[in-house]
Design a protein around this ligand. Sequence first.
Ligand code: ADP
Ligand code: MG
Length: 684
Amino acid sequence: MGAAESSASGGARKTSALAGRLAKLGLYNDDDILLHLPLRYEDETQVTPIAQLPFGDSAQVLGTIESAEVMLRPRRQFVCRLRDDTGVITLRFINFYPSIQKQLAVGNTVRAFGEVRGGFWGDEMVHPRVVPVVEGQELPATLTPVYPTTAGLAQSALRKLVERAFQRSRLNDPLPDALRAALRLPGWERSLRFLHQPTPGTRLESLDDRSHPAWRRIKFDELLVQQLSLRRAHAERRAHSAPALPPRGQLTAGLINTLPFALTGAQTRAVNEIALELAQPHPMQRLLQGDVGSGKTIVAALAMLQAVENGYQTALMAPTEILAEQHYRKLVGWLAPLGIEVAWLAGSQKKREREAMLAKIAEGSALMIVGTHALIEETVALERLGLAVVDEQHRFGVKQRLALREKVDGQLPHMLMMSATPIPRTLAMSYMADLDVSVLDELPPGRTPVHTHLVADRRREEVIARVRDACHEGLQAYWVCPLIEESETLELQTAVATFEALSEELPELRVGLVHGRLKPDEKAAVMDAFIRNEVQLLVATTVIEVGVDVPNASLMVIEHAERFGLAQLHQLRGRVGRGAAASSCVLLYSAPLSQNGRARLKAIFETTDGFEIARRDLQLRGPGEFVGARQSGVPLLRYADIEADVDLLEQARQAADDMLRAYPEAVEDILGRWHGGRESLLKA
Ligand code: ADP
Ligand code: MG
């Protein structure tokens, strides 16, 4: 922005430093500046006589500097006295530069804005904001905006930039009049001007809580832009071609007939939705969402078979080796009887085995491939990839998901993403508006509800006795070690120590240990032993969080449960309650609990409903952390809050439909203002 205008080379250096600072704030052009809205406001429109200063509140005084000196005791500080007709107040600076000393030289007239407190020298303001008063100059007519900023960028500089942006921008309303009138929203320019320079007398609360109509207008547009860009991304993807993979039924019917269980209603619905969409010559982009244990794997397997029936390759990518391997075994168990080969790829694989697998893939004898990130390496020949399935999709970055998709030239493969983190309605309506969603809202029959117990860690002995009893009855248990976010090494040491302590305390049990630093074959060996009930008590770090499925395990103990996230606790607890035995989950916590820790434990104790847990998690953490929204490349909303502003969100969805249908030029205009050149972010 400024750089283009400055011709002198010194000026150019200065402006490029400015441009750098603005870039830090994501500000590249006038539209960005106009949308960089104040965090809060200060009221400099009024001057309060010193004798009437409100104690403990912020206020502005105007007067003449009567004394100014640098004190050295009790500490080095700059102290001056400001007098008006009614009294005197002390201004005190603990950090100060020569510039402020100059501004506050004896005899100068200034305005000072700050909080009034009682101090050693009577009423004082510490580090007030100071503005020199020029003879004849009036007070500001509007509230003073305080913008989010960064080091080296003064509020006054931002205010000037905003002023200039107003002068040289197109300020026409991006919303078609008819639409705006129907929604009863205030005009665009009026709302922007108001938020940058609110008229005096405006209630600060309606600005602070963003309930003012001007705020609502900005939030509406922000939500509308989100809807429009996600839908456009969706439409662009649909415009590509993909292999049509109609359901032929030979293989899928074979699998359904040999399964030891009948599909649930929800599974059947999802299978049908996916089957229909795979038959289309456009890439599917679908999220299969279902709580832990809802049976997503079989739905994926049937979709994968549909690709194989059509002579195409299909790949299933999982975030961890334990999980990938478990999928592999499950698929082999289901598919070997049908004579279908499954290939397996993981980073740690022995070279010989890997080469054998790569050969099978290359020659096409194995169309079905399961693996970790190893799948997306160059050496894997996926020229005929028809369907890519990504399990626990939020654990992968956008790049990794796209890498799987780009393997094919000309056509894009269909894509099925699975997530065990239920997505709250508002999130699905906003951040994920570009995905089609199938929901498994029903658990397979015969699950036993899991009882959750909150136990203070001083009662650890009782919990150990409980583990002993369960294992004596032939059941199995998990013991999850504390999460130590700051240090993986410490976490590992704790896991080893816990394993040793429990082995000693429970000498009659076969205890195993699994953690992230084990070599994959060692990890697999422990998991195998657990699956075969050779290990009765499995001490584990959170590596078992996702997907591990051992129905005979009916007791889970989680140490320092207060350190885990809500979604993580839900996932962990989902590892039990998969068989016929009554299951429990013991959450050991150590007091005192933080407020947030208490809220999480309360939520996990009160409900096992994944959707309810997700909703509370969204409240506690916000959308950025949720379902990998951050990694998904979708810009986070800056102003709107999808929970609090759900009414606006609903209106924006409707308005997006109307605009795409009736006002395509307006769509371009509004997207350009909010995203400028950065819309490519959304192409992911
Ligand atoms: P998730 O949705 O958590 O990935 P899985 O696909 O691992 O769940 O399924 C959990 C368990 O339920 C597996 O052992 C699976 O074989 C079993 N299962 C899946 N569908 C059914 C069903 N309809 N009836 C009974 N058991 C099922
Ligand atoms: Mg799963």
